[in-house]
Design a protein around this ligand. Sequence first.
Ligand SMILES: NC(=O)c1ccc[n+]([C@@H]2O[C@H](COP(=O)([O-])OP(=O)(O)OC[C@H]3O[C@@H](n4cnc5c(N)ncnc54)[C@H](OP(=O)(O)O)[C@@H]3O)[C@@H](O)[C@H]2O)c1
Length: 281
Amino acid sequence: MYVVTGATGQLGRLVVEGLLAAVPASEVAVAVRSAEKAADLAARGVTVRVVDYDRPETLADAFAAGDRVLLISGSEVGRRIPQHRAVVDAAAAAGVALLAYTSAPGAATFRLADEHKATEELILASGLPYALLRNGWYTENYLGDAAGTVARGVVLGSAGEGRIATAPRRDYADAAVAVLRGEDANAVYELSGDAAWSLPELAAELAKASGKPVEHRDVAPAEHLAVLVGAGLPEGFAEVLVDVDAGIARGELAGTPGDLARLIGRPTVPLADSVRAALTA
Ligand SMILES: NC(=O)c1ccc[n+]([C@@H]2O[C@H](COP(=O)([O-])OP(=O)(O)OC[C@H]3O[C@@H](n4cnc5c(N)ncnc54)[C@H](OP(=O)(O)O)[C@@H]3O)[C@@H](O)[C@H]2O)c1
């Protein structure tokens, strides 16, 4: 059985679609918090197991010997080490055949990567066959409100000219499917878009695709923090994002080793295509 956690999230849904395009639904299970959110998948023949990373007892029956499991990292920053430990422990107790994990780039030293590094250590210590999918940044992180960015005419950040090798979630999802269905074990993939771009280049792409002026404004970290908090982000999370921009300025998300394109057997989707799609959505 292929088992996907976080399968009702944005990445997880794409992974499940990729699996269902390749194998019968009877070979696919999801381990999710809400059976209701996964009702559409159950209706298509996918096995739904209800789990909560925060409640280890719910994970006891989530996996079986021989399963090929994708642990999609949790979304609650600061709580993820015990959460992921509970999943790794359950996978080890079951004796799964593969534990794949959506991690962070190996070059990342910003705080957001700490929980991913700790999870990688837990997985290595478990002795399970593993695959570390060190996902770079999603293109969608920058295009969630593309129309709003164009309307304001400003791409704001504190990453300077730092470059970011993003790819859309779909590309990372296709890579996860390839790894789940592949033969490699104990492999580490540094997944990124084929090309890296900077925030000034993002502003130029948005201007080109919209026909409206969009400028890049680089600000000091303290001002970046104030803008994010002013926009309604909780201060702790805003600090995490500003810290990521410092990592981007240091070049920590700029690597383009090509692992993602190799796994999916095609080039990753370029920024310009994602910008056009976001503005016409
Ligand atoms: N590389 C990047 O640029 C980037 C950006 C953002 C996040 N991430 C990481 O990548 C992960 C997947 O991204 P995404 O866009 O798919 O995020 P997402 O849409 O927020 O999905 C997160 C998934 O994790 C599940 N989850 C959260 N806490 C859980 C718990 N306690 N027990 C069981 N399931 C739990 C959620 O369940 P529900 O569906 O019930 O909410 C959801 O399905 C994120 O969780 C985060 O770790 C990466």
